[in-house]
Ligand binder design. Sequence first.
Ligand code: GLN
Length: 483
Amino acid sequence: MHDLSIGDLLSRLAKGEVSSVELTQHFLSRIERLNPGLNAVITLTGPQALQDAAVADRRRVAGERTPLLGIPLIHKDIFCTDGVRTSCGSRMLDNFIAPYDATVVARLKSAGAIMLGKANMDEFAMGSSNETSFYGPVKNPWDTTRVPGGSSGGSAAAVAARLAPFATGTDTGGSIRQPAALTGVTGVKPTYGRVSRYGLIAFASSLDQAGVFARSAADAALVLREIAGFDVRDSTSVDVPVPDYSASLSTPLKGLKIGLLKEFFTGLEPRNEMLIQDALKIYRSLGATTVDVSLPSLPLSVPVYYVVAPAECSSNLSRFDGVRFGYRCEQPKDLMDLYKRSRGEGFGTEVKRRIMTGTYVLCAGYFDAYYLKAQKIRRLITDEFLAAFAQVDLLVGPTTPTPAFPIGAKVDDPLTMYLNDIYTIGANLAGLPALSLPCGYVDQLPMGLQLVGPHFAEARLLNAAHQFQQVTDWHRHVAHGYE
Ligand code: GLN
């Protein structure tokens, strides 16, 4: 049952071959059995899930048909969930019970989906390996001595281990695509503004975007349709119609123009490059053509990101002061002591590193040299992307430089850790939609193919990914022990 697509599950539910209560129970049992070895789920909402599933079953009998009625899911613990702990992977919010639902959560609820629990993540979504979580690292189902990627590593590992048919995630610099690649699942980061950020705990507001982990592009299309769309409560949400992503999945790719970014292929590890070249052969056989394109400023995307993202996070995280919500230190001497110790004890090392960097680049004496300069280069990168999309429909390349690495291998070396996102950060800086799908193995570990599209071209990305998944079966492979 856990290996069926969302479409198949919906048709079984419709025929009465399975109930949502049975389905929910099935996934809850898998979580109980398999999660102790993975640490992917940090809050389980089993009793509530079973109640919600029973309601979904009654609605179905009464003839109601919401799009995801009775389908279980797991939310990244960055989304506020009414009445349920929303920790953001941090000691700071370990005691925080959200008083309302994020828009993504509310929309999935009204689509009929059933929340099984909340997924582990890097603290405040800062990380590429899930090792910065207050709740400990998540293990990769393909090799439990290795990381699943981050920051949405819990969501990715949960979908890879078939603990839920789909999961939500967020991507500020690669946090959906990179863990999707490292765990062999399909991950979609929509256009900035496509999905509401209301109720999503902010890391870097001009980069954060919510999206989906699923086992295939077809499943992701069903979910994205539900979470996308204008929201008055998010001032950066864009009011453009949401297409029926499923309807365009089968459009033939004949005539599709794929751009190959010179900057993505220079220095690419030969075994990684071979997988990408094999994928391109498949695209050509499906009728696509490929042309070389170049974005000369793209190699600056990692340094630009590590100025802009910390700057925004230092401002966003100033609200965690020990007064209004979250962790408060024991017996503060005075107000200053309360602030200092609450923040000092509540935040982990990586978060503090980012806050320090962020306040530094924003301070009056250095603002022009760092923040302003970074914003200018960000604009150049965006313009170069837009120029490329005047020539091509999609850009195709690798999602990550390497497969999943051993837990602990990069924790003491932040710069090496930051380079994990070398291929993903560009899309965030430019606000573009991008997707990662499994395309083969290096050292028996899954690798991802990345597709990047022009603004609001999610339908095209999902179509291209689905066509690839019609003629390949990488996305059907399951790690040993989780079949
Ligand atoms: N790994 C990147 C970082 O640590 C991206 C994280 C993300 O997308 N949330 O900032």
